[in-house]
Design a protein around this ligand. Sequence first.
Ligand SMILES: Cc1ncc(COP(=O)(O)O)c(C=O)c1O
Length: 393
Amino acid sequence: MSSALMQNYGTRELKFERGEGSYLFTKDGERYLDFGMGIAVNSLGHCNPKLIDALTDQAKRLWHTSNLYNIESGEQLASKLVASTFADRVFFCNSGTEAIECGFKAIRRYFYSKGQTQKNRIVSMSGAFHGRSLAAIASAANPVHTEGFLVGDSGFDQAEFGNFESLLSVVTEKTAGIIIEPVQGEGGIRVAELEYLKKIRDLCDSHNILLMLDEVQCGIARTGSLYAYQQLGINPDILATAKGLGGGFPIGACLATEEVAAALVAGTHGSTFGGNPLATAVSNAVLDTLNDADFLNNVSELGNYLKAELTILIERYPRLLTEVRGLGLMLGLYCQTDAGRLIARLQEQKLLVVKAGGNSIRLLPALNVSKEEIDSAVKIISKVLADIENNQN
Ligand SMILES: Cc1ncc(COP(=O)(O)O)c(C=O)c1O
């Protein structure tokens, strides 16, 4: 069958008609347990009734006005984000990439507005993923993503993730910002260590550098705190968030301190759709549900439970698996066997997971997943591993 779509995603056979909680259903009524959740997007599962209510209530009243006018649900959402984080100000957009772009622009404009125009370079980390815009691919510098796209020096430098000495070696008086994912996602689930992050924060403070966190994937309760930085002992100056923020409705946000946000004066940045009534109505409902101590504790507990179950599988199948990494319900299972093949086998058994770097698979279930659903997923993984070990493939 020919498709009118650009072929940038390659071929995709599987398609779904309906979703409910942790499950997706095909037209033929086949049921898949979804432990990918649209790559960490459907934070409260598929078609969550609270989110349907929020969306349909809003849809009956007002869809879009543009940022020429004040948007009440956007004001509310921004206030909630400010009340729950380091931030004083919020900019709304429609994706993670746009949240990153806003952060990068804020960094440059901050020093520009102080007359320090030479301070304009941004350091990113190896294994990072910040999106697919030109600035985002230039910053992450992954050759698979940059090939054929970049012209000249885009103003980014790279340090090795987790290696503070490497960071020191690239920071100069021109460094304006450092961007890091507290828990890397696409590059393979890698958690930045507390001491390392503290050193980065100190370096930023002593060298007049802005610290920007990319929590597009690890934010919004995924790791058991609203944002991962909140359990890693540092405060950023800027934070990019998206994915789970809308629970499946597209929205992103760039959070910043007052001092940084002040650089983005009227006219310096904007978005037609950013913070529109539909997106912010849904996102308010997402935040009201998951920004709750009991909900967050439950994410941590379920995450620890899943991690412990996966650790048992690693002990049982040391020739196929090596380790499990991550925080909360953002877990990476590192494989000796081919991760792509394992994912295909899990899909045959109706379990959906996502590939990540370093020959790993990512488990990103809904944050309100049940213990029974975790048990079902572990059972499927265990069966597939047993089949592979016994060469029944
Ligand atoms: C850490 C991180 N940053 C940025 C992005 C880009 O987000 P989006 O695809 O919504 O533009 C992603 C997407 O996977 C991500 O994982």
